[in-house]
Write a protein that binds this ligand. Structure first.
Ligand code: 4AD
Ligand code: MG
Length: 434
């Protein structure tokens, strides 16, 4: 198999005889000529099989045996072809089926519904739209790691099994943990990267996080990936600057390297090109005032919902910061605003085009007494946070960080209608298979 080449690299092999391994995306034949579309994950190419140029076994194969998504080996000569999207096609000398498929391949129906497609996700992934999304997701992940590497952050992996609640008690997955009682699947790695920031200065974690979200919205998964930087000596203002540079770098990287995939998705790239610092900022109070003027029923103290976020970003092409939310709407660890103790030094970053919150970030409460009081107010068990409070007992420090949801970011960049296409095997309230 080592002498086979990828479809992507065919462009530099015009005139040569090559060997391809892949799957049949489409096939048709007349009495004298057959056309196969072969894909291999790097691209697809048309293979032309002329009856008088191949042996009888190959002709039999392409007329009687080849079926949608069967796997094949193809040998032939690469020809330049202006009409083909890849600029080349293959004139076959031999085609052999390696793995049969059948004509009742489960997903041929063009108009299959999303629920059905999700139940066949293991096969749905083979389609060009889904592979384009997966490649963009991969690019976003690489952009994230590169950004932090280039800016001297250290990757610190945080545990998935934890004893303390990271965000809110309402959405925890629990599991029994030997003699130690209940363990929770991590909702966030934040508490741990805070500890790591005191050790290393600039750190981040990037992994799966879990929320038993009972909502069936297009923005919620029960298992999603989150990247969480945490920075010592950074305040809320600096945190927002970091976010806008970071998001700009991610979008820029996709525009630079994944235009063909964005094209497959028919993504309008104009709004993405507008994503450059500085992003606009609204205080929570200003946001509520604006929303009320637009007829929203939000009142001061509520967290903002998806509809509110859509109203706030309407007509904007850049993401929008909303900062300094009420204490009552946000998590226990956020720093009380010295200028207004009813609010906390935090921000959400809302993506435009209706995508809404992609980042939640904040400066962390660094005062031991205030943080302890917040833990009590929220009814959280103080014992579980003893180690976390140590960070305030021994050399407390100004620090901030944020969490960017990978699937929400990929959905926005790709222009997807629903988060479930942004991850290979989505986990939602009503889906655990495949
Ligand atoms: O706003 P959240 O809950 O913030 C945190 O977890 C903080 N501990 C982050 C930090 O400061 N280190 O979540 C952060 C982001 C959201 O903005 C959203 O993009 C994503 O995680 N997110 C979800 N994505 C998919 N499905 C869900 N159920 C999500 N919940 C949050
Ligand atoms: Mg949030």
């Amino acid at each position: 198999m080592s002498d086979s080449i990828s479809i992507r690299s065919l462009g530099s092999r015009v005139g040569e005889t090559v060997r391809l391994l892949g799957w049949i995306r489409n096939h048709r034949s007349s009495g004298k000529i057959a056309f196969l579309i072969v894909r291999d994950g790097t691209g697809e190419v048309q293979v032309v099989v002329a009856r008088h140029e191949v042996d009888e076994a190959t002709w039999q194969t392409v007329t009687d045996r080849v079926a949608y998504e069967c796997s094949v080996v193809v040998e032939g000569v690469v020809r330049a072809d202006e009409r083909s999207p890849s600029g080349v096609e293959l004139t076959a000398s031999r085609v052999e089926v390696l793995g049969d498929s059948s004509n009742d391949y489960p997903i041929q129906l063009k108009d299959a519904g999303v629920d059905f497609l999700l139940s066949k996700r293991h096969l749905w992934l083979r389609t060009s739209r889904q592979t384009a999304i997966m490649r963009i997701r991969d690019e976003v992940i690489k952009a994230i790691h590169d950004y932090f590497y280039d800016h001297d952050f250290v990757l610190v992996d945080t545990p998935i099994l934890t004893g303390s609640i990271g965000e809110s008690a309402g959405t925890l997955f629990e599991t029994e943990y030997f003699d130690l009682g209940t363990a929770y699947l991590a909702q966030t790695g934040q508490l741990y990267v805070e500890a790591a920031a005191a050790a290393l200065g600039k750190v981040y974690c990037f992994g799966p996080t879990f929320r038993a979200e009972k909502s069936k919205t297009r923005r919620h998964l029960t298992e999603f990936w989150m990247v969480e930087p945490e920075v010592a000596w950074l305040d809320s203002e600096g945190n927002m600057r970091l976010q806008e540079e970071f998001v700009t770098a991610i979008v820029g990287r996709v525009l630079e390297r994944r235009l063909p995939e964005l094209e497959v998705l028919e993504r309008d790239t104009e709004p993405l090109r507008a994503v450059v610092p500085p992003f606009d900022r609204l205080s929570y109070a200003e946001a509520v005032e604006f929303l009320v003027s637009k007829g929203s029923e939000v009142t001061w103290g509520d967290d903002l919902g998806a509809e509110d976020e859509a109203i706030l970003t309407e007509g904007r092409s850049k993401p929008l910061f909303v900062f300094d939310y009420p204490k009552s709407a946000k998590a226990f660890y956020m720093k009380e605003n010295p200028e207004d103790p009813t609010t906390v030094k935090c921000n959400d970053l809302l993506a435009p085009e209706g995508y809404g919150e992609i980042i939640g970030g904040s400066q962390r409460e660094d005062d031991l007494d205030k943080l302890t009081a917040r833990i009590h107010e929220e009814g959280l068990p103080e014992e579980a946070y003893d180690w976390y409070l140590d960070l305030r007992r021994y050399g407390t420090f100004v620090h901030s960080g944020f969490g960017l949801g990978l699937e929400r970011t990929v959905s926005w960049i790709c222009g997807l209608p629903h988060l479930r296409e942004a991850i290979a095997f989505p986990r939602m309230m009503s889906r655990l298979d495949p």
